[in-house]
Design a protein around this ligand. Structure first.
Ligand code: 3SL
Length: 237
């Protein structure tokens, strides 16, 4: 039986062997939710980069630039990190160059994996169907916040664990913790997150509506995957 391991922070990623595994990168609030939403709404590809400078350079080459730090849009770039911004019809067919505090960094750290896909509540069913069909060992990588564990990414890892419970073994104790955390809070996730750090960070910035949107389950059938360092959609809704 294949196994699922959960990596609760990118700081722990060096402890995992990725080469023969599928890595699911998770940044529920909000980078991975923006990627799923944007690709489902017709963006052609998303290039994740580490720095603002790289993003600006790609901007000069014709990319739409998306840049977030500490939850805020960086001045001089085109897009913020709200999933609602990624629904704009003007972005259909466009290439986005994206840099965020945690999510894009976690993707870049996963590139040695056999496959890298992007997971969110918004595409939960598509992600779990894909993992079930492939039947390979999986690492669920939570992007967290600047190296710290966060509640929302752990909850989503738990949702994947709990959906695939009978087909995958529990690969480490973080997987067990995530699965049981989701089991405890699945019916009132937003209420549970009220005390969490990123919920409060986004609330302070007046971005509360993004949280409710990102916690919706299986809205899109889109599965973003990393191909030659670029995120493209496998199936659109
Ligand atoms: O860190 C990230 O990648 C972002 O998703 C954080 S925020 O939700 O835009 O604040």
């Amino acid at each position: 039986m294949p196994k699922i391991e959960v990596c609760l922070s990118p700081e722990l990623l060096p402890l995992f062997k990725l080469e023969d595994k599928i890595v699911v990168v998770i940044d529920v609030l909000r980078a991975s939710s923006c990627m799923v939403t944007g690709l489902a709404h017709g963006i052609s590809e998303i290039l994740p980069v580490a720095t603002l400078e790289e993003s600006a350079t790609y901007g000069l080459m014709g990319y739409i630039t998306a840049a977030e730090r500490d939850g805020m849009k960086m001045e001089g770039f085109d897009l913020d990190n709200s999933p609602f911004s990624y629904m704009d019809a003007v972005l259909i067919g466009k290439k986005i160059c994206m840099t965020t505090t945690n999510g894009t960094q976690a993707i870049l750290m996963s590139s040695s994996a056999r496959k890298v896909v992007i997971g969110t509540f918004l595409n939960l069913k598509t992600v779990t169907d894909y993992l079930y069909i492939r039947g390979l060992n999986v690492v669920l990588l939570c992007a967290g916040w600047k190296g710290q564990v966060n509640a929302e990414d752990t909850l989503f890892a738990g949702a994947v664990m709990s959906t695939l419970n009978n087909s995958f073994s529990v690969g480490n104790d973080s997987a067990l913790l995530a699965r049981d955390l989701f089991g405890l809070h699945k019916d009132h996730m937003e209420e549970f997150l009220i005390e969490s750090s990123h919920f409060n960070r986004l609330k302070r910035l007046g971005i509360h509506k993004d949280i409710a949107f990102c916690l919706q389950s299986s809205v899109y059938e889109c599965l973003p995957r990393l191909e030659n360092n670029v995120i493209v959609a496998q199936g659109q809704s």
